[in-house]
Structure formats: structure tokens, C-alpha cells
Ligand binder design. Structure first.
Ligand code: MN
Ligand code: MN
Length: 333
């Protein structure tokens, strides 16, 4: 019989508000030496264009993760019992120098990847996606980017600055980190500077599933489109928490009304079961603007969905029938 990976303390023995302050109270990466997946904090918000505060995101998402339990009924998997999951701590990032910060995140991700098979980074503002993509593409080649965000984040510069939270994917395209024919933005909405923002983005090669389209056609069709788009490519999932409506995620830097519900985002992520997930990030949680931990809880649960997807890739089959929670009509009993 194989031993279970090191996990969190049992919340029926050690209350959730006690014990380690790591993500889901999981062990630290340094304490388990290696892990299939590690959660890496990137407390950095010097790339924001509006509200700051995402530097406090990793701490708040860890706090919001304490209520997570071992079994994910929607996916029929136990995310941290299938393989070792750990918290890799925070990257120490220069808050005054964007270019140096970007290289520090890249080095931090690379270093964590020497001990972890995959990373889920918790930001931090969206600037960090570029160095994370560099570290991921180095291992997997150009990745299919599934980018959940109210915004395109493919602007060229802000105030002449190339590294900002509105430009990471333009830089990623220029650096050849993305398989563009397999990449898509999901949840785009809100006012733009001009119609050219959309046509320029299309010109780069991205597809878009807008929030309006999602609302009209539903989660299943969005999932179908995303799955067709990514095919068999290694996938990087980048979740800007502002893809959610401000009612569901008020604690963020650039809120746009009319967004997804937390439930819609969860269902779309579950629909990615079986794609070749290479890495992921969850960014733009700004706790000073949060209320009642809404945003921190949503972000922690998004990380949990991603951990579930990684676990499914390693889980012995067949999966539990409780995966039926994911379906439209649950069993009558
Ligand atoms: Mn955004
Ligand atoms: Mn963004």
C-alpha cells in the first residue's frame, strides 16, 4: 500500500484557524523536497495602472484557502492526496524596479520548478504572467494560453513602459512563448480606448470568448470552444480575478461590472478536465478593496479547481461517480 503524500493537518483535529499559514495548510515545498504541484506566492503590484494592493494577494488567498477540504466532488478527486502538493512560499520581488522584478519572478519560478513538477502562482498583479510564461515555455515549448480576464492585457505600453499589468501577453507574443492559434481570452468586457484594441489583439492571433457571448450561449459552449482551441497543446491558464463580476470579486485593481459569477468560472475550469495543463496563475487579488473575504475565497477556490485538474492528470481511473456533480442533472437519490 502506498503512503499518502504529506498533507494538511486534519481540520477535525486541528481547527482551520490554527496550524500552518501555507496554502490550504499544506506543507512547505522545502519540507517535502519535491512536489507534483507547488503554489508560489508573488507579492508584487508595481505594475498596476489603477488600484494597488495586489502585493498583499498571496497572504489573503492563503488565508482564504483554510476552508478547502480534501475531496473535490465536482471532479471526483482528492487534489492533494493523489500526489504531493506544497506551498513554495513567496518570491522576493523588487517593488521599485519593474524590469528587475520581472527577472526575479522568472528566476523564482525556475527555482521552484527544480523541486516542483508544475506551478500555480498566486499574485500579485498581472505583470507576473510574462516571467511565469517564460519559465513554463522553457519546459514545455510555446503554450496554449487560456486567459480569463475582463481585459485583453495585450496593450503595447503604458506611459512608455513595456512591463505593466496591461501588457504581459503582448510581450509573451513577441518572445514566442505562446501557441497563438491555440490561445484565447475568456471573459473580456468593459470599455476600451478604441475599436483598434480588439482588432490589434485579433491581429496578434488570439481568439476571444467575451462575457456577453458566454452569457448568451452558456458555459458548455464556452468550454467546447476553449477545448477545440487548445487541442492537445500544453496549456497555461492565467486567471485575472477581475474576470469575475465585482459582486463576486470586489477586491481587485481594475474592476469591470457585468462579469462572470464564481460558479460560472468554476464550471468552465472543471470543463477543462483532460487538457494538458502545464502551469497556471491567479492574479490581481487586492485585499484592501475586498469585502468579507469574497475575493480571497473565490481566488482560493480557483486555485483548488486548478489543483483538481492537475490531480486528475495523475489520478488512477475510474473516477468517482460523484463527478456527476459536474453534470446538469444530479442523481435523484
Ligand atoms: Mn483584468
Ligand atoms: Mn489582467
Amino acid at each position: 500500500m502506498t503512503e499518502l503524500p504529506a498533507g494538511p493537518p486534519d481540520a477535525r483535529a486541528v481547527p482551520r484557524f490554527a496550524g500552518p499559514d501555507t496554502f490550504a495548510r499544506l506543507p512547505r515545498l522545502a519540507d517535502v523536497n519535491s512536489a507534483a504541484v507547488a503554489v508560489l506566492g508573488v507579492p508584487f503590484d508595481s505594475g498596476v495602472s489603477y488600484r494597488p494592493g495586489a502585493r498583499f494577494g498571496p497572504a489573503s488567498v492563503r488565508a482564504g484557502s483554510k476552508l478547502l477540504r480534501p475531496y473535490h466532488p465536482g471532479l471526483g478527486v482528492e487534489p492533494w492526496n493523489v500526489h504531493q502538493v506544497a506551498d513554495a512560499g513567496d518570491v522576493a520581488v523588487n517593488p521599485f524596479d519593474l524590469a528587475e522584478a520581472v527577472s526575479q519572478v522568472e528566476a523564482g519560478a525556475r527555482s521552484a520548478l527544480t523541486a516542483a513538477g508544475h506551478l500555480i502562482a498566486v499574485g500579485g498583479d498581472h505583470t507576473i504572467a510574462l516571467p511565469l510564461l517564460r519559465a513554463t515555455a522553457e519546459r514545455h515549448g510555446p503554450v496554449a494560453l487560456i486567459h480569463f480576464d475582463a481585459h485583453l492585457d495585450t496593450w503595447d505600453t503604458y506611459f512608455g513602459a513595456p512591463y505593466t499589468h496591461g501588457t504581459p501577453f503582448r510581450r509573451a507574443v513577441e518572445e514566442g512563448l505562446l501557441a497563438l492559434e491555440c490561445s484565447a481570452h475568456v471573459g473580456v468586457r468593459g470599455p476600451l480606448y478604441s475599436a483598434a484594441d480588439l482588432s490589434e489583439d485579433r491581429g496578434l492571433g488570439f481568439a476571444t470568448v467575451s462575457t456577453a457571448e458566454l452569457a448568451r450561449r452558456g458555459v458548455d459552449e464556452a468550454v467546447d470552444r476553449i477545448r477545440q482551441r487548445v487541442g492537445n497543446r500544453p496549456v497555461y491558464v492565467s486567471v485575472d480575478i477581475d474576470v469575475l463580476d465585482p459582486a463576486h470579486a470586489p477586491g481587485t485593481g481594475t474592476p469591470e461590472p457585468g462579469g462572470l459569477t464564481t460558479r460560472e468560472l468554476q464550471l468552465i475550469l472543471r470543463g477543462l478536465d483532460g487538457v494538458r495543463l502545464a502551469g497556471a496563475d491567479v492574479v490581481e487579488v487586492s485585499p484592501p478593496y475586498d469585502h468579507a473575504e469574497l475575493t480571497a475565497l473565490a481566488a482560493a477556490n480557483v486555485v483548488y479547481e486548478l489543483l483538481g485538474l492537475f490531480a486528475l492528470a495523475d489520478a488512477p481511473s475510474p473516477r468517482s461517480a460523484d463527478g456527476a456533480w459536474n453534470q446538469a442533472a444530479p442523481g435523484a437519490t
